[in-house]
Ligand binder design. Structure first.
Ligand SMILES: C[S@@+](CC[C@H](N)C(=O)[O-])C[C@H]1O[C@@H](n2cnc3c(N)ncnc32)[C@H](O)[C@@H]1O
Length: 429
């Protein structure tokens, strides 16, 4: 995809790619993108408030935008979002957005974009938006309904949290420094942060920053990771020198955390994606850690397993990512209602296969960043019906909710991402 160097035009092109072609934001907003910070802010902001912005735009258009000109819809959302939510002077927001029409090859629409944005400026206090749930909560209705069904008591809090910006959270490398010392180091660099109240390795920054600004980042002192993902590293009972499998490991966040916590861990880190494994290798190198890194389908035991059983297994399974919508607002639009069944089947298949590689007495932690029970407890239910050697260990965390088989943190609770955890022990023979 060719993205222009003009921030408003880029944002419109990226929104078009996400909404019309199903491309993920992470695949297009690369570090090398010109004016990346602003483009990212425009895209994330427009997706977080998509239904509200569209509803504000609608009465300003005398006729609907033709399908072949659909990119103008996204450019106008970018324009309204800047006026409404960003600290950009109105005249600059309008003129820069109008200038972007040339870049997206819609020069004929200069007058239209100018008129709509100026009308918005004039009428913004009186515009009446539709009062439906999509507009109120900025999620597609099917997803609102699904979250309601899963969490009849918490659905509104979840939808609200999904529309907030997530904090930047760091994991301190326990091998190299103490959390309080790193917070002091940050302070010396004018970066203000607090210890996470629940997760011992986590630090929450008052404001996000570029990792380049973090002291010692390239020497491995810290990594960027949400506190709920860091929780995984504390839930799997391990000892120094244990043989551990991380069955879905890329980009290596949790694998590195385990290596930071336990010395001489013999870690096998598998991922099906060779490209994502390169990211794991980069993280291992930066943090001065090592693991056996394999590109393989974890279900295909013949291709990677030598028959030696593991003391512990982490299965951080591919999932709907419905717990991390606040960090990835494109998920609301990329997910489809019928994705969940296939994801649950994939998770069950992974669980059934990697279970065979666990020692009697060993532990397996199943985790997802999903909040949907058909992926989480639903998968565990089926697994337990088939696998008599699997014993559930009751988890009790300091935040979140017990579920039938595991534990669920909901998005926004203690400002954490949504995460599900379930711990098993292999019956001793
Ligand atoms: C939730 S992500 C893992 C995140 C990782 N544990 C971390 O903390 O950085 C799920 C990963 O599973 C991988 N995956 C999906 N199917 C797989 C399979 N059959 N075998 C191995 N890896 C798989 C994906 O490529 C993806 O990197």
């Amino acid at each position: 995809m060719k993205i222009s160097p003009n921030a408003r035009a880029s944002a419109a092109q990226i929104l078009f790619a996400v909404m019309e072609d199903g491309v993920s934001l992470g695949d297009v907003i690369k570090p090398s993108l010109p004016d990346r910070a602003l483009v990212q802010q425009l895209c994330y902001g427009c997706l977080r408030s998509y239904f509200l912005l569209s509803s504000l735009l609608q009465p300003l258009l005398s006729k609907s935008i033709k399908k072949k000109d659909r990119i103008l819809h996204y450019l106008l959302l970018v324009g309204i979002y800047q006026i409404r939510d960003l600290n950009i002077p109105n005249h600059a927001a309008v003129s820069e957005t109008v200038a972007a029409v040339n870049i997206i090859n819609k020069s004929w629409a200069k007058g239209l974009v100018n008129a709509v944005l100026r009308n918005y400026l004039r009428q913004q206090d009186d515009l009446v938006t539709r009062e439906n749930e999509e507009v109120l909560f900025n999620h597609p209705q099917w997803l609102i309904d699904k979250i309601k069904l899963n969490f009849p008591l918490h659905w509104q809090a979840i939808l609200k949290a999904n529309s907030e910006r997530a904090p930047m959270c760091l994991r301190v490398n326990a091998r190299l420094c103490q959390r309080d010392d790193y917070i002091s180091l940050l302070q010396q660099h004018d970066i203000h942060a607090t210890p996470h109240p629940i997760v011992d390795s986590a630090i929450v920054l008052d404001a996000p920053c570029d990792v380049k600004q973090l002291p010692g980042f390239y020497d491995g002192l810290v990594s960027v990771q949400d506190a709920s993902a860091q929780y995984c590293g504390f839930l799997l009972p391990l000892a120094d020198s244990s043989a551990v499998l991380d069955a879905c490991s890329a980009p290596g966040g949790k694998a590195c955390h385990l290596l930071e916590r336990f010395t001489d861990l013999r870690l096998t880190a598998i991922d099906i994606s060779e490209i994502r494994n390169k990211l794991t290798q980069e993280n291992l190198s930066r943090l001065q850690l090592s693991a056996q890194l394999l590109s393989a389908d974890a279900c295909d035991l013949d291709t990677w397993w030598d028959g030696e059983r593991f003391d512990g297994i982490l299965l951080d399974a591919p999932c709907s990512a419905t717990g991390v919508i606040r960090r990835h607002p494109d998920i609301k639009f990329l997910r489809r209602e019928n994705d969940f069944k296939a994801l649950a089947n994939t998770q069950l298949n992974l669980l059934q296969h990697v279970w065979q590689t666990l020692k009697p007495g060993g532990h397996l932690l199943f985790a997802t960043c999903s909040i949907m029970s058909e992926e989480n407890d639903g998968v565990i239910e089926k697994f337990l019906q088939q696998q008599s050697s699997a014993m559930l260990i009751t988890l009790k965390l300091n935040i979140g909710h017990a579920t039938k088989h595991g534990w669920q943190i909901l998005p926004g609770e203690e400002d954490m991402d949504g995460f599900y955890y379930c711990l098993f022990q292999h019956e001793c023979q």
